[in-house]
Design a protein around this ligand. Structure first.
Ligand code: ADP
Length: 477
């Protein structure tokens, strides 16, 4: 059996701030079906330590980045884990990345260098075939393995969010356990300092990101966040693998939170959820008014300022919007004001609410995702599964997972939603008017919904792709 050590700074259900946690939490189980044994190294945050069952010490460090530490093996949250128990680094309350002042913990360089150092050591100790490091927090693992020399496992680095890169002062080099020669362009040197993500991209055997389109986009200055030049030199080793969603949690046939469960063969039962959604958001109970939905962080990345600008047109055409989200105060305020002005047509709930997210996906006709960039995106996958047609910007993973209802796709009967480009007001407004046109033909809408519900958005296909990637790396390492 192929053995893979995943090095991650978060994993669902133990600790989550973003999509990385979903991937790190879901992949191990999906991979077992592919003959891959994945174990995961996590930092020993309180949320992890308190759930760890039957832990055994695998290795003890008298001093690791400023204090004693040990690597424990055990299970928590349904995952086979190694946990880096280092109280001086992780035993603190609150957010895993940010201190009480809302800024990065001042020792984040040491906290995540320690994770990568322990991961590199552990991979050799357990004779892992492949190390799979995630984001900047895991990115030094391939770097340490490179400078350690000798035989080593194959290495993969996955980029979930390039906005965070782990950029620190150069004088930390030796404290991080890196050799002087590493302070070079062909090393970790990055704009005069040390770049964790930069080093990982340079030394990992393979770099993956979470969709094929985003894998191409990050090779350009527009999306590369200053790493596009380096990524272009590695282009032959950059690959995109789309994320999946948990199709048991997201299953309209068994979802107990819904007004009525439904499936592709019982699609008419979905109507009860549409009415429930309108009622929950205080919208008029019109069966005809096209119902648009949003479940999102309210940020400019997500392009919701574009939707706000298009709302007068959507309302004038007789559409409705049910929005759930939280984020930038100006966007929260904007949607609240709109709901106050048009209570029959616009409803918004500011906050984070998993149950309501399910109910929106089960009720709306279109789920709007107008992102300016989107490495993968999960909401549109949930929408497909729940028979809401995604209306998305044609960027990143949104481009890869939604089939636009153009003439050709409608004729071929394969469309699942609507795409627009560029992510600007005019293009979004045009897509909204196309959505109104589609709604005039119930048979076309039915076809869109069924196609979406039959699309495979599970982890099965991605797990096969990762397994194939690991297999190739085992052969080269
Ligand atoms: P990102 O990770 O950039 O926020 P994704 O679409 O990849 O965007 O994943 C976000 C996940 O969080 C989705 O599953 C989405 O449904 C969920 N989500 C976002 N905002 C909310 C909210 N306010 N309430 C409930 N779920 C939310």
């Amino acid at each position: 059996m192929l053995s893979v050590l995943s090095i991650a700074s978060e994993a669902f259900p133990l600790v989550k701030t973003g999509g990385l946690a979903d991937v790190a939490g879901a992949l191990p189980l999906a991979l077992t079906r592919e003959g891959v044994e994945m174990r995961t190294l996590l930092p020993g945050y309180p949320a992890v330590m308190s759930k760890l069952e039957a832990a055994e010490t695998v290795h003890a460090y008298p001093a690791l980045m400023g204090g004693p530490a040990q690597v424990l093996a055990g299970r928590a949250g349904g995952l086979d884990l190694f946990v880096l128990d280092a109280p001086h680094l992780y035993q603190r309350p609150g957010n895993i990345y940010l201190g009480p002042d809302g800024r990065d913990w001042p020792d984040n360089s040491f906290r995540f260098a320690a994770l990568a150092r322990a991961g590199a050591d552990l991979a050799k100790r357990i004779a892992a075939d492949v190390v799979h490091a995630h984001d900047w927090q895991g990115a030094l693992a391939p770097v340490y393995l490179h400078y350690d020399g000798g035989t080593r496992p194959g290495t993969v680095l996955t980029l979930h969010n390039m906005a965070f890169q782990g950029h620190y002062y150069g004088d930390l080099l030796s404290a991080l356990g890196l050799p002087a020669e590493a302070m070079a362009i062909e090393g970790v040197e990055y704009f005069g300092g040390i770049g964790f993500l930069k080093g990982g991209i340079l030394f990992a055997d393979k770099v993956t990101t979470v969709s094929p389109t985003y894998a191409r986009e990050i090779l350009t200055p527009e999306f590369g966040m200053a790493l596009d030049g380096l990524l272009r030199t590695r282009a032959a080793d950059v690959e995109g693998i789309v994320n999946g969603i948990d199709d048991e949690i997201w299953n309209p046939e068994t979802d107990a939170t819904l007004a009525k469960t439904y499936s592709a063969s019982r699609l008419d039962d979905r109507v009860a959820n549409r009415a429930a959604c309108q009622a929950r958001f205080g919208l008029s109970p019109s069966p005809e008014a096209p119902l648009f939905g949003v479940v999102s962080r309210l940020t400019s990345q997500k392009g919701l300022d574009l939707l706000l600008a298009c709302m007068p047109g959507l309302v004038a055409r007789g559409g409705q919007l049910a929005l759930l989200g939280a984020g930038e105060p100006s966007l929260e305020q904007g949607f609240r004001a709109l709901a106050a002005a048009y209570p029959d047509q616009v409803g918004c709930v500011i906050g984070y609410d998993e149950t309501l997210a399910h109910r929106i996906q089960a009720g709306v006709d279109f789920l709007v995702v107008p992102s300016r960039f989107e490495p993968c995106g999960l909401t549109q996958l949930c929408a497909l599964r729940y028979g809401a047609a995604p209306l998305v910007a044609r960027v990143g993973g949104l481009a890869d997972t939604v089939i636009d209802a153009n003439e050709a796709a409608l004729t071929a009967g394969v469309a699942t939603g609507l795409q627009f480009h560029p992510p600007e007001i005019g293009a979004l407004d045009h897509a909204i008017s196309r959505a109104f046109d589609l709604c005039r033909d119930p048979m076309v809408m039915r076809r869109l919904r069924l196609n979406g519900m039959r699309a495979d958005v599970s982890w099965r296909t991605p797990a096969k792709r990762y397994a194939a990637l690991y297999q190739k790396l085992r052969m080269v390492s």
